[in-house]
Design a binder for this molecule. Structure first.
Ligand SMILES: Cc1cc2nc3c(=O)[nH]c(=O)nc-3n(C[C@H](O)[C@H](O)[C@H](O)COP(=O)(O)O)c2cc1C
Length: 332
């Protein structure tokens, strides 16, 4: 049976969530995921201090548009009062869900006592959650890791505190804070959390395709799945999961769709960031969509210098034609 993911009053259907990824999950990237039926998109992590102390660059991370709704915005920080103020700003910006980062293990974040540092200071975590819960009425979620040792005790402890503080759902990436992305995500902790909590549990970690997603739901009983790296250059994964859950025919992205998606991504990036910034971003990002295709390394080299939208479109067109002629050559 297809799981039902309900976060506060919001029904997330399909029960799929795009993971927050710093430097990646900006508005154009999120819109691509929405175009392929992602249930819920998330911003990248946003500094609560940056918001409250008026950083323009930080504030720009809140830019959204109706087409991506519902949107979850993630903040990180360690000071309960600042977190509450930042949370209110996020709510005022029109976000549908506020998420708090308890998983980031980047040195600078840990040093400030935020991210996964909070998983070993449950009193501080609780103070932040109570203060933020009081300041916003939109649904509140947290995203955690296993904690600092593999037992999972810290994850269970923080999740239970969160539930008691009125948090509406917990997403878990079951790797320890010191593990980074090495080894495998320990999926049975997702099931253990699900058994102990009344609020929804969203499972995350190592989902690369629709089969992995449905398998995680079946094995752990989680209410929804969150996908990060598996969406990079592959927004179709959401449509594939939706179809698998509904027992509909499979969906594969053909060459034409890949190239159209690159053009759409380029177009949206120019629209929201301006041509110059969009081109700088596209120099590395366009190659996400052609990974593994013949000649992709030459394409990657070519686009690493693009400086205008027209130039990018020309390279995309050239590469598409080259692949087509290779395909025709094979058929003749
Ligand atoms: C480039 C990158 C940036 C990330 N940034 C964030 C972030 O801003 N906030 C967060 O909670 N997790 C962040 N993560 C972790 C992901 O949300 C996710 O938990 C992790 O990648 C595991 O899921 P996956 O195996 O589906 O990629 C990031 C991961 C990557 C690869």
């Amino acid at each position: 049976m297809k799981p039902l993911l309900k976060i506060g009053p919001l029904v997330i259907d399909p029960p799929t969530v795009m993971a927050p990824m710093a430097g990646i999950t900006d508005l154009p990237f999120r819109l691509l995921a929405k175009a392929y039926d992602c249930g819920l998109v998330c911003s990248e992590m946003i500094s609560a201090n940056g918001l409250v102390y008026g950083s323009e660059k930080t504030r720009q991370l809140l830019i959204s548009c109706p087409g991506e709704k519902p949107l979850s915005v993630q903040i990180f920080g360690a000071d309960p009062a600042i977190m509450a103020e930042a949370a209110a700003m996020v709510q005022d910006s029109g976000a549908d869900i506020l998420d708090i980062n308890f998983g980031c293990s980047v040195k600078k974040v840990l040093k400030s006592g935020a991210g996964s540092a909070l998983m070993k200071t449950p009193e501080k975590a609780e103070a932040i959650l109570r203060s933020v819960r009081k300041s916003v009425s939109i649904p509140l979620t947290i995203k955690i890791r296993t904690g600092w040792n593999p037992s999972g005790d810290q994850a269970i402890c923080i999740a239970q505190i969160a539930q008691d503080c009125g948090v509406d759902a917990v997403a878990i990436h079951p790797r320890t804070a010191t593990q980074g992305f090495s080894g495998k995500a320990f999926h049975s902790l997702i099931g253990a959390l699900k058994e102990r909590l009344r609020i929804p549990v969203i499972g995350n970690g190592d989902i690369q395709n629709a089969r992995d997603a449905v398998y995680m739901m079946e094995q752990t009983g989680c209410d929804g799945v969150m996908i990060g790296r598996g969406t990079i250059g592959n927004p179709w994964i959401f449509e594939q999961i939706r179809r698998r859950l509904n027992a509909e025919p499979r969906f594969e992205a053909d060459m034409e769709l890949r190239f159209q998606t690159m053009l759409d991504y380029l177009g949206m990036s120019v629209k929201y960031f301006g041509e110059s910034r969009a081109c700088r971003m596209m120099r590395s990002r366009l190659s996400w969509f052609v990974k593994g295709l013949p000649g992709s390394s030459r394409f990657r080299q070519a686009i690493s210098r693009i400086s205008s939208r027209d130039q990018a479109m020309e390279f995309i067109d050239c590469y598409r034609k080259m692949l087509e002629s290779m395909e025709n050559g094979r058929q003749n």
